[in-house]
Design a protein around this ligand. Structure first.
Ligand code: ZN
Length: 449
């Protein structure tokens, strides 16, 4: 260990070396870049305790060999501040902005990087198309962009940038979502862009980090009446919401709009004290205290905390484990109306799932199971002559036009089964089929979400 005062240590730090490591990372790792050798090796000072972590993280971050010089930690911390003087104002300015909604200019304007510009264009494009998700998918020949629009996933036909540029794009997204930029691990975060909240999920894959962005429609109430429930079903749902206690469960496959339905019920309960625990909140709800699940706060822990806050109505984003199921039912039995979602395909499936999760007598007031059926685009659907002849009925098939962005699908229709009302998915789907709104009859492996 070399006993050097901070100032002398700071003087050993060259700006070219510092340009490889941003201040925030230097502070986080307690590392001072000293020099960059001709062979590309980055020489840094760090403490004995941090040596291993620094070498591994910097190697990944800078893509160079790292040479370590061990010093005392307190010296390094001070030396970093001295050496990086000048950029600290920028960091502080950014720190103040964090609490404000980030404008697009601040988000993207500070860089000329082509990849970042492309990323911005991709997100813009996805939002204009009304996509719910944008994926960056690294394959052997480069990174493909995929958009999920009206439930269907569409990929670019060729890579939009090379694998070597991917790290730049993911680093940008990690910074925006306040994730750890040095590690290559499974991470999730979010950031806001105007009215859209964007969830960022990153997983390491064979050819690099795969990114999935999910766009959330911001804040404001969702109109229950606009979702497409029939008048009879609306009446059943409204009646259930008048209950003082019990479970109301919305179920369905991934992407079937469970959360949208749950959120649409909230404005109907406005006069109550409503609290939610979600992973994460997909929308900012007025008049609801929304709690976010974190690494240290599980659904069940959050639910326990909520119960001490005297709520009337509790929204549990999703029931995934037996403790949450048990607590939710316990709350439902002790004077709370509990709204939640569960991944299942039928009313019977929901009941079975609660049993599997160890809840013997769930206090159900209502179970809604829903799916979204892709409706043929009215502008371009055509009569399928062969099948129409065979079945002696008019049957349509999809083609594609500018109106539906060449998918053949115009919108999605809500199908749902509600406990206490006999109307199966099959009957609802076939009604669409016979009126020429979908191109196939019902089958049990129906591909609709
Ligand atoms: Zn069309």
């Amino acid at each position: 260990m070399i006993p050097v005062p901070s100032k002398s240590l700071a003087r050993c730090s060259e700006s070219l070396a510092r340009s490889k490591v941003p201040l925030s990372l230097a502070m986080e790792l307690c590392v001072l870049p000293l020099t960059l050798r001709n062979n590309g090796t980055l020489v840094v000072a760090t403490s004995k305790e941090r040596a291993f972590e620094v070498e591994r993280n910097l190697k990944f971050y800078t893509n160079s060999q790292i040479e370590l010089h061990i010093c005392e930690e307190s010296f390094i911390q001070d030396a970093i501040k001295v050496a990086y003087k000048g950029s600290s104002e920028e960091i502080e300015a950014m720190a103040i902005m964090e609490d404000e909604p980030i404008s697009k200019e601040i988000l993207w304007g500070e860089t000329d990087s082509q990849v970042v510009k492309l990323l911005e264009a991709l997100i813009d494009y996805a939002l204009v198309l009304g996509a719910s998700d944008l994926h960056l998918n690294p394959k052997i020949d480069g990174v493909y962009a995929k958009f999920r629009i009206k439930g269907e996933l569409r990929s670019t036909t060729k890579p939009i940038f090379s694998l070597s540029k991917l790290a730049q794009a993911t680093r940008r997204l990690k910074v925006l979502a306040r994730l750890n930029i040095t590690g290559s691990s499974v991470q999730e975060g979010r950031f806001d862009l105007k009215e859209t909240s964007i969830r960022v999920s990153i997983v390491p894959s064979l050819h690099g980090e795969k990114v999935a962005l999910r766009f959330f429609g911001g804040s404001g109430d969702i109109n229950f009446h606009s979702l497409g429930f029939s008048p009879a079903k609306r009446e059943i749902i409204r009646t259930a919401l008048k209950e003082k206690d019990g479970l109301i469960v919305v179920s369905g496959p991934t992407g079937s709009g469970k959360t949208t339905t749950l959120y649409s019920l909230v404005p109907l309960l406005k006069e109550h004290n409503i609290m939610s625990i979600e992973d994460p909140p997909e929308r900012v709800l007025e008049d609801v205290t929304q709690i976010c699940v974190t690494k240290d706060l599980s659904f069940s822990l959050g639910l326990k905390a909520i119960l001490r806050q005297d709520p009337d109505v509790i929204l549990v984003g999703e029931i995934r484990d037996s403790e949450t199921a048990r607590l939710a039912n316990q709350a439902a039995n002790t004077g709370h109306l509990v709204l939640s979602s569960l991944h299942s395909g039928s009313v019977e499936g929901v009941k079975l799932r609660f049993k599997q999760l160890g809840v013997r007598e769930p206090n159900f007031k209502l179970i809604i199971v829903q799916r979204l059926a892709p409706i043929l685009c009215e502008k371009c659907k055509v009569v399928d002559l062969n099948r129409s002849n065979t079945h002696k009925r008019k049957i349509f098939r999809r083609t594609g036009c500018a109106e539906c962005d060449y998918t053949g699908i115009g919108a999605r229709a809500l199908l749902c089964e509600v406990s206490g009302l006999e109307e199966s998915f099959e009957a609802q789907w076939n009604q669409l089929y016979f009126s020429g709104k979908v191109d196939t009859p019902w089958s049990t492996d129906q591909t609709c979400a």
